[in-house]
Write a protein that binds this ligand. Structure first.
Ligand code: CUA
Length: 360
């Protein structure tokens, strides 16, 4: 026989308690959610909008979580089976149209609202700068396990193993890959996109004034053994410093070219910048070498592993990186195609250079 197990007055009190607990827990949850520093510094104008979206999501979702949790906990307490109720059955209830309409409509409104807002934010962070404002394109190429950056500054083309950007100017990245799928991500800028062989993907950012300095570039798509080491640096410079850097990139080849004699190979430059024409990776992207001022740690520190080694060993290490693996490092991370991407003269110049500076 069905029974009224909770008198009406008592049930009303229970609902009041639930509402009170829910409001307090929601306020505490939102305050906690907003006070946590979830992300690295927001150093692009896009980053601010992304972070605001995150805060809105916290404000909208914490009360939902609290509502569900409070109702479940109160139900467990309030309607638990007491001694002597083992054989009791609840009243035969057949749905409640009003409740069903409410619990369908409220989540639907919430989701449509958040989706609309997220779409507006996405549209906003992807839009081109207003007419008249400069925007540069930088072609980003991913390959196992490094990034390279191709510039076109006033018709002068050059590549760099590190990313340089002027503060306050929009940059559009044209992202591609030479081998497998990578993902181009600078966490401080928040934006992120896959680098997919065969297609070009894009996103744009504008570094804020606070961005002057260095920022990690990471690969965010598992791409092979060296994935975790596919890290480089984005340097955000003031506009005059950036212009100076561009001048240093375009002036040097012009100075060494020309004249009847073939330009001598600048091995140190080759080490730090690679061979842009064949996109040979710069050694300095992965290796520390005191003389060249590089500090990367993906591969062995050359000042140590090449000390006391002869030219033949160094040449073999460049052309056949699998022949000898330094202790603590893995095979298959260093590209094995330097025989193709560097000329014989360039390899010899590198060998001479490395031999000299590691055996001082
Ligand atoms: Cu490239 Cu992970």
């Amino acid at each position: 026989m069905p029974q009224e197990s909770t008198p009406r007055r008592e049930r009303k009190r229970t609902v009041q308690q639930m509402v009170l607990v829910g409001v307090i827990a929601s306020a505490a949850g939102i305050a906690l959610g907003l006070s946590i520093h979830w992300f690295p510094p927001a150093d692009s104008t896009q980053a601010d909008k992304v972070d605001t979206l995150w805060d809105v999501l916290i404000i909208a979702t914490v009360p939902v979580f609290v509502l569900v949790t409070v109702v479940v906990l109160f139900s467990v307490l309030e309607f638990r089976m007491r001694p002597g109720e083992e054989n009791l059955d609840g009243p035969p209830i057949h749905g409640s149209t009003r409740l069903e309409v409410i619990w369908t409509a409220v989540p639907a409104i919430l989701i449509v609202g958040l989706v609309t807002y997220a779409y507006i934010v996405l549209h906003d962070i992807e839009k081109a700068p207003a007419a008249g404002n400069p925007e540069r394109h930088v072609a980003v190429t991913g390959q196992q396990f490094t990034w390279s950056f191709a510039y076109n500054e006033g018709g002068k083309k050059f590549t760099s193993a590190q990313l340089y950007l002027p503060v306050g100017e929009s940059v559009k990245f044209d992202v591609g890959s030479k081998d497998v799928i990578h993902d181009f991500w600078v966490p401080d800028f928040r934006m992120k996109i896959d680098a997919v062989p065969g297609i070009t993907t894009h996103y744009r950012i504008t570094p804020k004034a606070s961005a002057i300095g260095n920022h990690d570039i990471v690969c965010a798509e598992l791409c092979g053994l060296g994935h975790a080491f596919m890290r480089q640096t984005a340097h955000v410079l003031s506009k005059p410093d950036f212009d100076k850097w561009v001048q240093s990139k375009i002036a040097k080849p012009a100075a060494t070219a020309g004249g009847a004699q073939p330009a001598t190979i600048d091995a140190k430059k080759l080490f730090t910048e690679g061979n842009p024409d064949t996109s040979a990776t710069a050694c300095g992207t992965c290796h520390t070498l005191a003389d060249a001022g590089t500090t990367a740690t993906t591969g062995p520190v050359l000042d140590k592993v090449l000390k006391g080694k002869d030219a033949a060993f160094i040449k073999q290490s460049i052309l056949q990186p699998s022949a000898v693996i330094a202790p603590g490092y893995q095979d298959g991370i260093m590209p094995s195609n330097f025989g193709d991407t560097l000329s014989a003269e360039q390899v010899d110049a590198l060998v001479q250079y490395l031999s000299k500076v590691t055996n001082k």
